[in-house]
Design a protein around this ligand. Sequence first.
Ligand code: AP5
Ligand code: MG
Length: 193
Amino acid sequence: MFNLILFGPPGSGKGTQSEKLISKYGLIHLATGDLLRSEIAAQTPLGMEAKSFMDKGELVPDEVVIGMISSALDANPDAGGFLFDGFPRTEAQAEALDKLLKLKKTGIHLMLALEVSESELISRLLNRGKTSGRSDDVNEDIIRARIAEYHKKTSAVADHYRKFDKVKQIKGEGSIEEIFNSLCAEIGRKKSL
Ligand code: AP5
Ligand code: MG
């Protein structure tokens, strides 16, 4: 089993790189943002609750996303590994994830953290907002609120895994292929240990 966290601020390329990584390494992609948007599309009570936070660029309560991840882990008992995208985003989520994986006699092997400048993040998300239909991409104030939430609550999650020497920083600017190659190089190094 190989479990990877792809980490980074909003717009850093987690979703883009996840698609390529899951196909190369045969991992199950667990993206809490995507799971929440499916709940919103299906107009479930969970989706409606989540939407009120997401539309403002705020994080959804921990218990909601931890419950979703717990169900998704249980739904994939034969997975060769998981790629977590956009989760964990708080210390409480990181601790819950570690416990859930421990129950399955596994853990996080590596966190790859994409580094992208704030001006580049804003320009990527405003650009995507022209066509994505994502309510949190449409204006710069909400995008800035998402980035502020990242600095306030999420960036410290890397420190949690740094304590166990599991974090590698990756330059997240450049071509999608260049960044993918840097990510694969780190995964290769980890897997050969
Ligand atoms: P989520 O869906 O996770 O969004 P996010 O983290 O804010 O970031 P994005 O998905 O927008 O960016 P990304 O890093 O995936 O980049 P992408 O590849 O798309 O979360 C949304 C909301 O859900 C949160 O605000 C919160 O409310 C809630 N939520 C989700 N998880 C939660 C959790 N665990 N706890 C609590 N609440 C939670 O790329 C962005 C754009 O850039 C794309 O247009 C792409 O084409 C482009 N791009 C990618 N790579 C490059 C490149 N190398 N060069 C140029 N452009 C590029
Ligand atoms: Mg994403």
